[in-house]
Design a protein around this ligand. Structure first.
Ligand code: SF4
Length: 442
């Protein structure tokens, strides 16, 4: 913060003739170089002799993004740097989910979920509201409020938004996934999570109390489910599927519902080890419990409050032994020095503990996010290192690693995984045709 103010003052004094947008770009570049290389900002600019905007910008851009020296087609995103200390997320040493406020829509105040919240959180203040929409109507939320979202639960009656096609991303090859839209918001803190942007105006965790209406409105037909044998549907898109399962107990009901639909795969996607309820019901072949996996050092620095790698693997092992099928998502894959060693090791750990025949599918997806998320990440997680990478605006207007780098990462992961099980269903998440063809062959 202090450094940023100094950079802004420095640019103001050194280049008084530049217009406001030019100054902002120069500040952004100096700020990023100073952070990435861990050098004092004064040293960066002292190496530049020219004072023409074009020359300086080019020099700074090539230092910050070395790939641009021979790839002029790569598109940069250089927004103004605006960082405010009140937005910073400070992880608690010991994570406990204990909401202070529970808002319940009148229509569901007698629901199981409302009762359960009262039992589990007797200290929380309970307020009945006519509807979430009315409650939010005249309120405005700031980014700093997002840090407090674990303090509020909204128990609502969902009326319309029961299912949707996975929004995927523009220009990507769609994998045919459908979303069971149960739960909005997550108690975990992943630095790269898109919900920080998507839910920035919602100050709590939203839990629908009318699961029966989801079942009643379950669609008869599904979207094209591509190369899987059956349609796949899951509820881990706008929340973590199991993080709050001890509270909601949704898993038992979902499994009972999908037990009678063997023509569909239902997937729980999680980074938790909250699996106790899964053992209270009979397992079923079309129920897949999936974990996102990353090396422990990435979990420590980017996935706050989630289960450790060991806990995730042991949970998957237990679910597999009990009779479920399990899935794994290497998503987001993070590029850094020694990534190869760490991810290859991760693949080895996975296959050492989980019998191959239990694995329903594996997906791969490199780091990507909407440009708007860049400013949110640097505000909430100023020490993050994921933004130090070279990220460019790509085919879907999201920030991504260079295409050739992504292809290289996918090919390596693909080879390590296929060496363990040749016919394992392995797909890329949110990638375009060019990348698919380079990884899989035309
Ligand atoms: S577990 Fe998933 S939904 Fe929750 S914060 Fe992490 S990325 Fe977001």
């Amino acid at each position: 913060m202090e450094n940023l103010t100094k950079i802004k003052n420095f640019v103001e004094e050194k280049f008084p003739a530049y217009g406001i947008n030019k100054k902002r770009e120069i500040v952004r570049l100096i700020f990023e170089i100073s952070k990435r290389e861990n050098v004092p900002f004064q040293e960066i600019i002292s190496e530049v002799e020219d004072t023409s905007y074009r020359q300086i910008k080019q020099w700074l851009v090539e230092r910050r993004y070395p790939s641009l020296k021979d790839r002029k087609d790569l598109r940069l995103y250089l927004p103004e740097v605006e960082i405010y200390s009140e937005n910073r997320f400070l992880p608690e040493k010991k994570f406990n989910f204990i909401p202070k406020d529970i808002y319940v829509e009148k229509k569901v105040e007698k629901s199981f979920l409302a009762r359960r919240c009262r039992e589990l959180f007797p200290e929380a203040k309970l307020t009945t509201i006519s509807s979430l929409k009315n409650y939010l109507q005249d309120k405005e939320f700031k980014l700093s409020d997002y840090n407090q979202r674990r303090e509020m639960i909204f128990i609502i009656k969902e009326n319309y938004d029961f299912f949707k096609k996975c929004p995927c991303t523009r220009g990507a090859c769609f994998c045919g996934y459908s979303i069971f839209n149960l739960g909005l918001g997550c108690i975990y803190e992943c630095v790269y999570c898109y919900l920080q942007f998507y839910l920035k105006n919602i100050p709590g965790i939203i839990l629908p109390a009318n699961l029966e209406d989801f079942f009643r409105n379950f669609p008869k037909r599904f979207y094209n489910y591509q190369f899987f044998r059956k349609p796949r549907i899951g509820n881990g898109e706008f929340t973590d599927s199991l993080a709050l399962d001890n509270l909601t107990e949704w898993s038992c009901e979902l499994i009972e519902f999908f037990r009678k639909k063997p023509e569909i795969f239902f997937e729980f996607k999680t980074k938790s080890s909250n699996i106790d309820n899964l053992f209270k019901v009979k397992p079923q072949d079309n129920i897949v419990i999936s974990w996102s996996l990353n090396p422990q050092k990435i979990i420590d620095s980017l996935e706050f409050y989630t289960a450790s790698l060991e806990e995730r693997i042991l949970s998957a092992k237990a679910c597999g032994e009990y009779g479920y099928r399990v899935g794994f998502h290497f998503d987001p894959l993070i590029y850094y020095e020694n990534w190869e060693e760490d991810y290859q090791n991760l693949v080895n750990i996975l296959f050492r503990h989980i019998p191959k025949e239990k694995i329903a599918w594996v997906s791969l997806g490199t780091l990507r996010f909407n440009p708007e998320l860049k400013k949110i990440i640097e505000n909430r997680f100023p020490e993050n290192t994921i933004l130090d990478a070279e990220l460019f605006i790509d085919f879907d207007n999201k920030l991504r690693y260079r295409t050739d780098l992504r292809i290289m990462m996918y090919r390596k992961m693909f080879a390590w995984i296929k060496r363990k099980k040749k016919d394992l269903p392995l797909y890329l998440c949110m990638e375009n045709r060019e990348v698919w063809e380079e990884v899989y062959g035309a």
